[in-house]
Design a protein around this ligand. Sequence first.
Ligand code: ATP
Length: 231
Amino acid sequence: MKPLAELKAVSKSFGRIRALDGLDLAVADGEIVGLLGPNGAGKTTAIGILLGLRRPDRGEARLFGRDPRDLSARRCVGCTPQETSFPVTLRVREVVDLVRAHFRAPHDRATLLERFRLDDLEQRQIGGLSGGQRRRLACALAFAGDPALVLLDEPSSGLDVESRLGLWETIRVSGCSVLLTTHSFEEAEALATRVVVLHEGRAVASGSPTALDGHGNDLRSTYLTLTRPQP
Ligand code: ATP
């Protein structure tokens, strides 16, 4: 079966900075793939290319077997970018309805708000939400259209422990295939059916969170080695 999203030997540079260097990455139906990597590893660039926001310099990106810039492909995907900004005077319910209106068969508003523990905040203006509440809203919007695939860029950043655990559970039971970026091995371990460790734009290890890489190291130690300060 064809992957829902795929990068094939994708390279992308910004001036002299090589953000992606021949990256192969695929998300199959039913998978939750955790893209783990230190700052600057290329995670957001990979997501941007899969969303059709950036073009690869080399290689190929496919979303549902199509060019990610094709509207028909993008209609089936939901996303939470690393940073979001909503008009501060809009109410939570208005933002949710605005996003829902872009999809053919969205979730109903009440269900979505309840799942993301936003039901008490339905009438609140965005300017009156805490940082964590805004992040929960940003994550809820990724699921608003009942998409087949969700791309989440550091979904739990800024969330307290309880909110993070709640978000993990919501993602798990969503029934969506997911690609999420994170710096937290704990998050990848809790959520992902498969982890890909990215370093300097290349996939340096992948497998189930408890798997060994090809050199007998487990994925956790591979990742921790990459993020440990060099003496
Ligand atoms: P983080 O964990 O810090 O969010 P990341 O893994 O998401 O990092 P990217 O944001 O993809 O990494 O960035 C990869 C590299 O490309 C970094 O060195 C970054 O500075 C660079 N980069 C990304 N976008 C641009 C841009 N628009 N212009 C210049 N350099 C960029």
